[in-house]
Design a protein around this ligand. Structure first.
Ligand SMILES: [Zn+2]
Length: 114
């Protein structure tokens, strides 16, 4: 289950950037073509957060839809898999322009100065 490793990475990166403050919320963007299951990430998140600055933090996942562009005619095509055929000219030469991302969009940290 590679989502566990991915979740550990997310927790490690957020911890590093939190500057020692407790983390309240993490927002992650996951592309639909990335083959990562958001449910599995959510499931692993609580486990991975135990004993870290992220313990008790909320995880919000934003799913980014897949989008490709035809190399022949430039038509944009929405994709459910990381490949496809152009609706306009039938070409299978598709460049993926969106949907493969996995990134930490933002995080909310408790303000220690308050
Ligand atoms: Zn085309």
């Amino acid at each position: 289950m590679h989502e566990l490793g991915i979740t550990k990475n997310i927790v490690a990166i957020v911890s590093e950037n939190a500057g020692g403050a407790p983390v309240r919320k993490v927002i992650v963007e996951i592309g639909k073509l990335s083959a990562i299951m958001p449910d599995a990430i959510s499931f692993c998140f609580d486990v991975c957060c135990k004993g870290t600055l992220l313990e008790g933090a909320t995880l919000e996942i934003i799913e980014i839809p897949g989008l490709g562009k035809c190399c022949q005619c430039g038509t944009k095509i929405s994709l459910e898999q990381p490949f496809g055929i152009c609706d306009n000219c039938g070409s299978a030469e598709i460049t993926i322009i969106q949907g493969e991302e996995l990134k930490i969009k933002s995080m909310e940290v408790d303000d220690l100065c308050a």
